[in-house]
Write a protein that binds this ligand. Structure first.
Ligand code: PLP
Length: 371
C-alpha cells in the first residue's frame, strides 16, 4: 500500500526561521498508539531518546507507560539522568575508557539509577569491569547480537560463550539485544528484518541458557520492526523515531502520514531563478540524509509537487515543476524532514505547538552529546 501524503504541519505565525517545530498533540497520539500496541502484546516499551534528545519528551513517553528509556551515548545518559529519569539502557557497545568511564562512573554512583550498558566483545566487557573495580555494585550488561544488520553485535549462536565470559569477569549479564536496522533498506524489507530480530534473539537466548545464564531481558527494535517483533521471546522493544515521525518512516510504514509531528519551518528567501525557490533551511537544518526510495532532501507537504533538489549549508533549492504552485517570496513553509533524529540535533530548542499555536520552546537537552 502506498502511504498517503503527509499533511502540512500547522505553523504558528511569526517564527524565526529556520525553526524546529513539534506538534505535541501529534506526539501524544504517537506515544499512545505505540504504547497501546506494546501493552496489547504484553511487551515493555523502552523508547530510544536519541530521536528527540529532550527530557520533556522522554517524560511524556514514561507518563504514557514506557518502562524506561534507551540512549546511544554516555552523554545522553547523563543528560537524561540529570533530568530525573532513572531507568536507562545505553544500547551501544560502550568502550569505557577515559572520560567516558569517569562520566559513567559518576552517574552509576547514584543508587536511584537503574542503568544497563551494552557490549559486544569480551574486551569491551573487561573495560566495563575495570570501571567498576572500586565498587561493590555489579553492573548490569546486555549483549548485542547481530540480526543481519551487520553493524555491531555478535553472531547469535556465540551469545552463550561471550555472555559466560562477561559473567566470569564479574558483570551481570541480564540479557541480549538486537537492532533491525536493515529494515531501512526499503518497504519490502521491514517484515523480514523483524523476523530476523526474533530469530536472532531466540537463538541467543538458547545459547545463553546452554551456558546456565537465564536472559531476563530480550530487547529488540527499530521503528519499522517494532510491531513485528512485539511477541515472545522478546520482552522489550526500543523504537525511537516513531515519536516524531519523518518521511523515511512514512515510506516504510513505520509511521502513518498523520504521525509526522515535526517540521522545519523555513522562509522563502529567493525566487530569482526561474522554476525554483530557495528556502533558508539547508544542510545545517535538514541534513543531507536521503534514502533511495525518497525524492529530495525533505518535502513541502503544502506544495506536493515541489522537490528539494539541492542543499548547501544555509540554502535549500526547491524545484517547482512547471504548472504547479510555488510558495511566495517571504512565505514561511513547513518542511517534512527525511530523517528526524539528526535534524533535531541541529537545533538548540524546538517550538512546541498545539493546534498551530506556540505553547513553549523547550531545549533539545542532549543536543551535541554524541559521545
Ligand atoms: N536501538 C538501537 C541500538 C538503535 O541504533 C536505534 C536507532 O538507530 C534504535 C534502537 C531505534 O530505532 P529507530 O530509529 O528505527 O526508531
Amino acid at each position: 500500500v502506498t502511504p498517503g501524503p503527509i499533511p502540512p504541519l500547522r505553523l504558528p505565525a511569526g517564527l524565526d526561521t529556520p525553526a524546529l517545530v513539534i506538534d505535541l498533540d501529534v506526539v501524544e497520539a504517537n506515544a499512545a498508539r505505540m504504547q497501546a500496541a506494546m501493552d496489547t502484546a504484553g511487551v515493555a516499551l523502552r523508547p530510544h531518546a536519541k530521536t528527540h534528545k529532550s527530557v520533556m519528551l522522554a517524560r511524556l513517553q514514561l507518563n504514557a507507560g514506557a518502562r524506561g528509556i534507551t540512549v546511544g551515548t554516555t552523554g545522553e545518559a547523563e543528560v537524561m539522568f540529570r533530568g530525573g529519569i532513572n531507568d536507562i539502557f545505553i544500547a551501544y557497545p560502550l568502550w569505557a575508557v577515559g572520560s567516558k568511564a569517569d562520566r559513567l562512573w559518576d552517574i552509576l554512583d547514584d543508587v536511584e539509577l537503574r542503568l544497563r550498558v551494552g557490549f559486544d566483545s569480551i574486551e569491551g566487557a573487561r573495560r566495563l569491569r575495570e570501571m567498576m573495580s572500586s565498587s561493590a555494585r555489579t553492573l548490569e550488561v546486555m549483549l548485542e547480537v547481530d540480526p543481519g544488520n551487520h553493524r555491531t553485535g555478535v553472531p547469535p549462536e556465540r551469545a552463550g560463550e561471550i555472555a559466560a565470559g562477561a559473567q566470569a569477569l564479574g558483570l551481570e549479564v541480564v540479557g541480549a539485544f538486537s537492532h533491525g536496522g536493515h529494515s531501512y533498506a526499503g518497504p519490502d524489507k521491514t517484515a523480514g528484518a523483524a523476523a530476523d530480530e526474533l530469530g536472532a534473539l531466540t537463538t541467543a537466548a538458547a545459547a545463553m541458557r546452554a551456558e546456565g545464564i537465564e536472559p531476563r531481558v530480550l530487547s529488540a527494535g527499530s521503528t519499522p520492526t517494532a510491531l513485528g517483533i512485539a511477541r515472545a521471546p522478546v520482552t522489550e522493544v526500543r523504537p525511537g523515531t516513531y515519536l516524531l515521525g519523518d518521511r523515511t518512516q512514512v515510506a516504510l510504514g513505520g509511521s502513518p502520514p498523520h504521525g509526522v509531528a515535526v517540521a522545519v519551518a523555513a522562509t522563502v528567501v529567493s525566487t530569482s531563478m526561474p522554476g525554483q525557490v530557495v528556502i533558508d533551511a539547508g544542510a545545517k537544518s535538514l541534513t543531507k540524509d536521503i534514502q533511495p526510495y525518497l525524492r529530495g532532501f525533505g518535502s513541502l507537504p503544502a506544495y506536493p509537487a515541489a522537490v528539494i533538489e539541492r542543499l548547501s549549508d544555509y540554502h535549500g533549492v526547491v524545484r517547482i515543476p512547471e504548472g504547479t504552485r510555488a510558495p511566495e517570496l517571504g512565505e514561511v513553509v513547513a518542511v517534512a524532514p527525511n530523517h528526524v533524529c539528526p535534524v533535531v540535533d541541529l537545533f538548540d530548542r524546538f517550538v512546541a505547538t498545539r493546534a498551530g499555536e506556540t505553547v513553549g520552546d523547550p531545549p533539545v537537552d542532549a543536543r551535541g552529546r554524541s559521545g
